[in-house]
Design a protein around this ligand. Structure first.
Ligand code: PGA
Length: 254
């Protein structure tokens, strides 16, 4: 097996936070610190309401824009939703799909996530596909079963350049709790995920896909997590809401 070089990717998931003015401030601070960074892919995923303003601020830098969700249909009568073409129109490159908060609070199933991934790929967006087990599932030793199911069902019947897909392993018990998977716990699941990707796609694709860790990643634990062989970046929630801590995590990935 040839070990592939995978460029690290750090994405900030701002969730339902930041007014337009606050988003402008945060994006400007990140731009000042990171506009020149070329050896790590940096992605900002503001709420929809701040997508345009953040996009304008980072427009002429290497920092890329992402969204936190989208609908699988194109334009049409879907009150409250946005489609892939609308996100492309705002120069989004990435879209987070299947985040555990969407699965938990908005009842997104693996099938829904699969439809969204297909629509994103067709719409020329790079999906950041989130998977991860709950505390109870981990305690019941069902982590591989759950993550494996989410991947196999979510990634079924895809076509296009699948090497550009990004997977985010986010143990639900670590999101926003201050609890982080240990580097070894995370690495074990990442290696498992890469194995499933090889089964679902092929070895070359599995070796090319970047797998982020998410769940209370912060400057203090980023270096150790990012040093693991199968951890190719981070999906950052709380620590992405502050320009300094987000910047420090990107620096840890360099
Ligand atoms: P957290 O969130 O960094 O606040 O734990 C990560 C995420 O949910 O993407």
């Amino acid at each position: 097996m040839v070990q592939k070089f995978r460029k690290k990717i750090i994405a900030g998931n701002w969730k339902m936070n930041k007014s337009v003015a606050e988003a402008e401030d945060l994006a400007s601070g990140i731009r000042r610190a990171l506009a020149e960074v070329a050896d790590v892919d940096v992605v900002l995923c503001p709420p929809f309401t701040a997508t345009k303003v953040v996009g304008d601020i980072i427009a002429d830098t290497a920092i890329k824009l992402g969204a936190q969700n989208m609908h699988w249909e194109g334009y049409g009568a879907y009150t409250g939703e946005v489609c892939a073409a609308m996100l492309r129109d705002l120069y989004c490159h990435y879209v987070i799909l299947g985040h555990s908060e969407r699965r938990m609070y908005f009842h997104e199933t693996d099938e829904v996530v699969n439809r969204k991934i297909k629509a994103a790929l067709e719409g020329n967006l790079i999906p950041i596909v989130c998977v991860g087990e709950t505390q109870e599932e981990r305690e019941a030793e069902q982590t591989e079963e759950v993550v494996g199911r989410q991947l196999r069902n979510g990634l079924v019947d895809l076509s296009g350049d699948l090497k550009k897909l990004v997977i985010a392993y986010e143990p639900v018990w670590a999101i926003g709790t201050g609890l982080t998977a240990s580097p070894q716990q995370a690495q074990d699941v990442h290696a498992f995920i890469r194995g499933v990707l090889q089964e679902v796609f092929d070895e070359d694709t599995a070796q090319s896909i970047r797998i982020q860790y998410g769940g209370s990643m912060k400057p203090a634990n980023a270096v150790e997590l990012l040093a693991q062989p199968d951890i190719d970046g981070g999906l950052i929630g709380g620590a992405a809401l502050d320009a300094r801590s987000f910047t420090e995590i990107v620096q840890a990935a360099q």
